[in-house]
Design a binder for this molecule. Sequence first.
Ligand code: ATP
Length: 270
Amino acid sequence: MTRPLIEIEHAGLIYQAESGPVEALRDISLTIHEGEFVALLGPSGCGKSTLMRAIAGLHNVTSGRILVDGAPVEKPIAKVGMVFQAALLLKWRTILDNVLLPVELAGGNPEQYRERAMSLLRMVGLGDFAGKRPRELSGGMQQRASLCRALIMDPPILLMDEPFGALDAMTRDEMNIELLRIWGESTAGAARKTIVFVTHSIPEAVFLADRVVVMSPRPGRVASIRPVDIPRPRTAETRAHPELGRMSFDLYTELSGASGNAQARSGPHW
Ligand SMILES: Nc1ncnc2c1ncn2[C@@H]1O[C@H](COP(=O)(O)OP(=O)(O)OP(=O)(O)O)[C@@H](O)[C@H]1O
């Protein structure tokens, strides 16, 4: 096993909302190793996004602590790239300039990253779209561009919060395979990226991850951690792997039990 990269130790987080305190996370302990792909599953509102933001340093935990690469997270850290459900591209900028935005925000020189941005865009099949505006791209293409934007500074950690939730099923399946390919390719020369991936789709979690972490309803705690015993590389054929169905069913049973409602529409689904 490689070294621990993200260490969450008894982390709790209470928001101070106008209506009073909201306990979002309670006593979360989880160690994520370098190069690992971890999926977070849990009912709506259980604190998945909160945990991601806490890892990134966008919110401070109110008890316990989170370490990234051995250092306590106390403010936004540069080691992460984030991808959200909405691509959040700036509509007045070209795709290339959107991908280069993090360089500008970090005070770097975009010119020095132009070649890297182009090669990332080519890697996700958008080489010919660098000069287009976001509105000229489909939802899946925009999400690919936002992935390039997250990768531009070559962060060792990718935090992905329901990144493919808004896409149609076929595009989403393609993006899963694309993501695994990019993750696999990031091994070349450097350590493989560490990915934390929030999803509401149980099969997507199982298809992608080395381990699936199930969170309980709010306040979010770790309910279970399940290693995924499906060989890599995972491809379109993996969707027919019996372990994918078996494990998805087990997780569905666990999650529908936890939410107390097998038909809960807001929770994880097939
Ligand atoms: N800034 C905030 N102030 C107060 N409460 C908040 C804030 N952000 C989130 N919450 C509350 O914290 C809880 C966890 O929210 P969070 O968005 O982390 O859940 P989630 O598991 O990501 O949900 P979903 O799956 O629906 O996206 C929810 O009850 C939410 O209402």
